[in-house]
Design a protein around this ligand. Structure first.
Ligand code: NAD
Length: 505
């Protein structure tokens, strides 16, 4: 049992200080592994959010005018502090998210790829220069920071996603306001301390904890120039539409329903191992998790399902404190109930339950939010479990007759985040990568999440706006290009010209 004294009251991080919430409204932060409330997170009012934005605005000009090399040096110091404090970060992430230690370590490492790219910001903000474009005029284009920019992040990557959304924004000279997920706010607050220790000026990194009120103020406040959002599709759509209405640059990444197509020539043992990690890792709470395996041909499907059944039965669901745990709980009781309801609905709609995660002892006896690994076979389009993103370990087998049918089904789905094909046939792979309408595509790679120096984003309902998270596109998204024409002449004789400048002299 958690005692009242053990429940910490968290803060915001505004103007370089941990600031108590004034709203009197709090959200509960759980340890999903035990089901206990471990902290109360303040939910900011519109006024508190506004004050934080104004402080960020005040800090911005000095940071903008700091050399890009100096800014990159601060980001480098921050990077070193993350690695120096890895063990403490792992504990915080695992406690508030339920992830296994290995999974959390992987998340930090992937997050650091964005930081590494941001350290290279001086290279990415280089402009273009042309001499003597006409009449002793030189012209150049240069990238300038936007000002105050906001990031709104989801619960499932407490550190990787916020780092991917903010590192480049900081390095290229913006002031960032992060609205962290209210379900995992402790990681963001800890990261705030590291930015401060790295020497980032107060006001350049802000964490406003909160819910809709804080988010709406970020969307509407005219000081905020750009919004980077990562979360579920309905919220992403809302963020894109509202932020755009208020004249902001918006990238809003949404949910995924990712498929693994298995050709008859693939090595099914290898496929099964790849699927299990990619499908059930992190209790399937990854936007790039494989939701559906699509074997081509009945024979492939029958053989594959038999192998999967055996392997899934051997998975260990449990606490991150136990060494051999494959995956932990889902984030909340509400999420657990939604996943169990999705399985029940799938079964009622005609799917066959091959592995039943509802039946494990830990699911029914623990106070933690556990759901066992579940595999439903004979899932078909139109079933809710096929159409909707299920953010937990209920995965599908959709049997198809041909590669063409697989491509058609995937392209017709509302979501298009990630997809992969397993085959030894180069022509099949080429057809797949050419025709598939999905943002991130793998060939014999279980989770085709690009490395941090490549752009990351889905298509269709998985992304609103045209920016990317990760990758060099971040330097474009968080800067505006100004084009300057300059003339310095010794001859001061001038005359007015009324024709449109043609620059032919
Ligand atoms: P979520 O959409 O519930 O919340 C994301 C953020 O939006 C949070 O900070 C939350 O406070 C805020 N929010 C929620 N409802 C809101 C509302 N009505 N108005 C304004 N703000 C609101 O997402 P989540 O449950 O935290 O995260 C899981 C989802 O994120 C999954 O759908 C997953 O696929 C997606 N995700 C996508 C990517 C990607 O790169 N495409 C990466 C990670 C997670």
């Amino acid at each position: 049992m958690t005692t009242a004294q053990q429940v910490k009251t968290l803060t915001h991080f505004i103007g370089g200080e941990m600031i108590e919430g004034k709203s009197g409204r709090y959200g509960s932060v759980y340890n999903p592994t035990t089901g206990d409330v471990i902290a109360k997170v303040p939910l900011a009012t519109v006024e508190e959010t506004r004050e934080a934005i104004v402080k960020a605005q005040a800090a911005f000009p000095k940071w903008r005018d700091t050399s890009v090399a100096k800014r990159a040096e601060v980001v480098l110091k921050f990077r070193n502090l993350v690695t120096d404090n890895m063990e403490e970060l792992l504990q915080i992430i695992c406690t508030e998210s339920g992830k296994t230690i290995d999974d959390a370590r992987g998340e930090i490492t992937r997050g650091l790829e964005s930081v590494d790219l941001a350290i290279g910001a001086p290279h990415l903000v280089k402009g273009e220069y042309s001499v003597n474009v006409g009449g002793q005029i030189n012209a150049y284009s240069a990238k300038y920071p936007l000002g105050v920019v906001a990031a709104i992040s989801p619960f499932n990557f407490p550190i990787m996603v916020p780092l991917a959304q903010t590192s480049m924004a900081i390095a290229v000279g913006n002031a960032v306001v992060l609205k962290a997920s209210e379900r995992v706010p402790m990681t963001a607050l800890y990261v705030s301390e590291l930015w401060k220790k790295a020497g980032l000026p107060d006001g350049i990194w802000t964490v406003v904890n909160g819910d809709k009120d804080a988010v709406n103020e970020l969307l509407e406040n005219p000081i905020v120039q750009a919004i980077s959002f990562v979360g579920s599709t309905p919220v992403a759509k809302y963020i894109y539409e509202t932020g755009s209405k208020y004249g902001k640059r918006v990238t809003a990444l949404g949910g995924g329903k990712n498929n693994m197509v298995v050709m008859p020539d693939a090595d099914l043992e290898q496929v099964a191992n790849a699927f299990i990690g990619a499908a059930y890792g992190a209790a399937s709470q990854r936007c790039m998790a494989i939701s559906t395996i699509m074997p081509v041909g009945e024979e492939t499907a029958d053989r594959l399902v038999a192998i999967l059944k055996e392997k899934i039965a051997a998975l260990k669901v449990g606490s991150y404190t136990e060494k051999d745990t494959d995956f932990g709980p889902v984030i909340s009781q509400q999420s657990k109930e939604a996943i169990l309801a999705a399985i029940n609905k799938g079964e009622a709609e005609g799917a066959t339950v091959v592995c039943d995660g509802r039946e494990l002892a830990i699911v029914n006896e623990s106070k933690g939010f556990f759901v066992g690994p579940t595999l439903l076979d004979h899932v078909t389009p139109g079933m809710e479990i096929y159409e909707q993103e299920v953010f937990g370990p209920a995965r599908n087998v959709v049997r198809v007759d041909s590669l063409e049918e697989a491509i058609q089904l995937i392209n017709e789905h509302e979501l298009g985040n990630g997809v992969t094909i397993f085959t030894n046939d180069g022509l099949a792979a080429r057809k797949f990568t050419t025709e598939i309408d999905v943002g991130m595509v793998g060939v014999n790679v279980p989770i085709p999440i690009p490395v941090g120096y490549h752009n990351f984003a889905g298509f269709k309902g998985s992304r609103f706006g045209e920016g990317h998270m990760f990758g060099p596109d971040q330097a474009r998204f968080f800067t505006k290009t100004k084009t300057i024409s300059e003339r310095w002449v010794t001859n001061t004789e001038t005359a007015s010209t009324f024709a449109f400048p043609s620059n032919n002299d």
